[in-house]
Design a protein. Structure first.
Lengths: 359, 303
């Protein structure tokens, strides 16, 4: 178990800059999730931590010791690859036990460890098979097993659950979380799945085009995004962004002919006439009922409703603007209806319209 | 031909009653063509075999493809153990043995080195790797004749002139270009993440090669073995240039046997000798030809 620090790491392939001055530090036992759009450099960063790729500049320390230039096996890490990367000629059992074999662990002990991991991953019945005879999800579990069988300082996971069906994915998510709690393992985990990111992480790093956009706890990322990209990337449906102009103590929403007070959370002084974006998460909207305390509200037209089970997503319209709301199931709204929606501005965020940076 | 079959059955589909007939006609036509072509290609071999089993009298009297009236292996026995080649009269068997002494080590060494080179070129980066691979590829295109003189000089300097080890060296050097290319092109299709996973698992250079790569490379090993075996076995130019006297391979001996027999030409013996000289490569194809095809395919299709 170990802490990990990534200091000013830069990586280019020839003239193509893939990672740009990445700084991330996590403590022993933390669960870091890397998220970002496809091609933003997540796998590359993972490879660099593993020692499979060399960074162009900067340094990486594990447990305080620089590991730059060390071979992967000298770093004591285990990794699950995006494409499974199973050894085609070996059985599942040999695949999982290969690292132990390489570290010269006696056979009996090795088999015991392998069978424990196979149990955990529910692949005991597959141990004698070759990877070619497995389904995608089974292969992924074998790939997981290959990492779990070791007890490394750091686990690196590159989208390990992306090919599992929904049920197995939830199960494995819980398993990984349990494993994390039981072993206190330090984990770096790449995913496209926001729920995975929010539920498993103790820290999230959001990347875009090789640049770290924000690094913080899941709450930081969700409630206090530093810019428009982070705000809209995390959360589904995405945060609503309403263009507005500062008029005194209020915001005049453009194209909607409506006015809202400036959120109390905004401390930066706002100059008159400044162009901003008002960020509202869909769950901060609710149907204003007669009895509720009178906060700010907007008259909105219900266009589409999408029941999802626990919630109803409602596409609302104010003039030219479309606003998504997440309402509890059973909220009496119907398409075509005009209603007044209360807006919880306590968490609302203002972004500079030009730079996208949170104010 | 499949295209033709498809179009004929597609046309037939418009007239439901004739589908069956048309399909059958197509099939008969295809198999007829295949049989005819096979016959054309096999006729010389058949004629060789038949001639080698006949007596000289019968050869003079009969036609090329008639069956022997009293099949005899006398000609085979004679060329194998007794015919005079040059000044010695021990038949082909010694030279046949020479060819094996050359082809087995030459094939083994060149395939082993090719596998190793291919592995390095496919998965490890080092300074000038592409340049060196380019030079090795270039080696595939150097005509034999160009290297004869310098090679003779080199073998002389090494003290290997006229010997079997000398010939093995020549064949290994020439073979490496091809086997390296085969293996490199095969290994390049193995996903890089497999190598990365192995490195993370603590496998070193050799463990990756022997434990992970070699077990999945038998198709290309087969291709290389067949390629090298037939190439080295059928070689005449290097054999005649670099091997002296009793060290010569069977191809050279065959040539000497056929060209130096005095008096009347013993066609049955010539044919028997040619059959003997060709037999190992034929057997290799029969035994491993399907691996050859499969191997070429496996190299072409990713996965
Ligand atoms: N060997 C390479 N040579 C050149 N460019 C590369 C190489 N490997 C990756 N890249 C580029 O680096 C960028 C980051 O790739 P990376 O695989 O890290 O993305 P990612 O964030 O993992 O994406 P995904 O979510 O699709 O897996 C991409 O633009 C990719 O094209
Ligand atoms: Mg990736």
């Amino acid at each position: 178990m170990a802490n990990l620090a990534i200091n000013h790491v830069t990586k280019s392939f020839g003239s193509l800059a893939v990672l740009n001055d990445i700084n991330i530090a996590i403590e022993d036992g933390e669960f870091l999730v890397l998220v970002g759009p496809s091609g933003c450099g997540k796998s590359t960063l993972l490879s660099i931590i593993a020692g499979l790729d060399e960074h162009t500049s900067g340094s990486i320390t594990i447990d305080g010791d620089p590991v730059d230039g060390l071979e992967p096996k000298e770093r004591d890490i285990a990794m699950v690859f995006q494409s499974y990367a199973l050894y085609p000629a070996m059985s599942v059992e040999q695949n999982i036990g290969f690292s132990l074999e390489m570290s010269k662990m006696p056979k009996a002990q090795r088999l015991e460890r392998v069978s424990k991991v196979a149990d955990l991953l529910q692949i005991t019945h597959l141990l004698k098979r070759k990877p070619g005879q497995l389904s995608g999800g089974q292969r992924q579990r074998v790939a997981m097993g290959r990492a779990l069988v070791r007890e490394p300082k750091i686990f690196l996971f590159d989208e390990p659950l992306s090919n599992l069906d929904a049920k197995l994915r939830v199960e494995m998510r819980t398993e990984i979380k349990k494993l994390h709690q039981r072993l206190g393992a330090t984990i770096v985990y790449v995913t496209h799945d926001q729920i995975e990111a929010m539920t498993m992480a103790t820290r999230i790093a959001v990347m875009k085009d090789g640049i770290l956009q924000q690094f913080g706890t899941p709450e930081d990322i969700y409630d206090r995004p530093k810019n428009v990209f982070v705000a809209t990337f995390m959360g589904s449906p995405a945060m609503n962004l309403l263009p507005a102009t500062v008029v005194g103590e209020t915001l005049s929403l453009k194209g909607a002919d409506a006015v809202l007070p400036v959120p109390a959370s905004v401390v930066a002084p706002l100059t008159e006439g400044r162009e901003v974006l008002l960020g509202l998460r869909p769950e901060w909207l609710s149907l204003a009922s007669a009895g509720s305390p009178s906060g700010p509200s907007l008259p909105l037209l219900v266009e589409v409703i999408e029941p999802t089970g626990p919630d109803v997503f409602a596409a609302l319209r104010a003039g030219e603007r479309e606003i998504m709301a997440r309402l509890p199931t059973g909220t009496p709204v119907a398409p075509g209806q005009k209603a007044s929606f209360a807006i919880d501005l306590s968490k609302a965020i203002l972004f500079d319209a030009a730079s996208g940076v949170a104010l | 031909m499949t295209a033709m079959l498809e179009s004929s059955s597609a046309a037939a589909a418009n007239r439901p009653g004739s589908i069956r007939w048309s399909k059958q006609f197509g099939r008969v036509f295809v198999y007829g063509c295949l049989a005819l072509l096979a016959l054309v290609f096999l006729a010389p071999l058949l004629s060789m075999l038949l001639t080698s089993l006949k007596s000289m009298d019968e050869i003079r009297a009969g036609n090329l493809l008639s069956l022997p009236s009293t099949p005899t292996f006398a000609a085979w026995a004679n060329v194998w153990g007794a015919s005079c080649i040059g000044v010695t009269c021990g038949g082909l068997k010694g030279y046949f043995g020479n060819s094996f002494l050359i082809v087995v080590p030459a094939t083994f060494i060149s395939v082993a080195l090719g596998a190793f080179n291919g592995y390095v070129f496919a998965q490890w980066r080092f300074r000038g790797d592409n340049l060196i691979f380019g030079l090795i590829l270039f080696g595939c295109f150097i005509p034999f004749q160009i290297v004869l003189i310098p090679m003779a000089g080199l073998l002389g300097k090494l003290g290997l002139a006229g010997t079997i080890p000398g010939l093995i060296l020549v064949h290994v050097v020439y073979g490496i270009c091809f086997t390296t290319m085969f293996f490199r092109n095969y290994f390049i299709t193995v996903p890089a993440e497999i190598f990365k996973a192995a490195r993370v698992d603590g496998a070193g250079f050799w463990a990756i090669f022997f434990r992970i790569l070699l077990p999945i490379s038998w198709p290309i090993v087969m291709v290389s073995i067949i390629w090298q075996f037939t190439g080295v076995w059928n070689d005449f130019l290097f054999g005649v240039s670099f091997a002296a006297g009793t060290n010569q391979p069977v191809t050279v001996a065959l040539n000497n046997l056929v060209n130096t027999s005095t008096g009347t030409k013993a066609y049955n013996e010539d044919m028997a000798a040619a059959m003997i000289a060709a037999l190992p490569t034929i057997l290799i194809y029969v035994a491993a030809g399907r691996y050859f095809l499969r191997g070429l395919m496996a190299g072409a299709v990713k996965g």
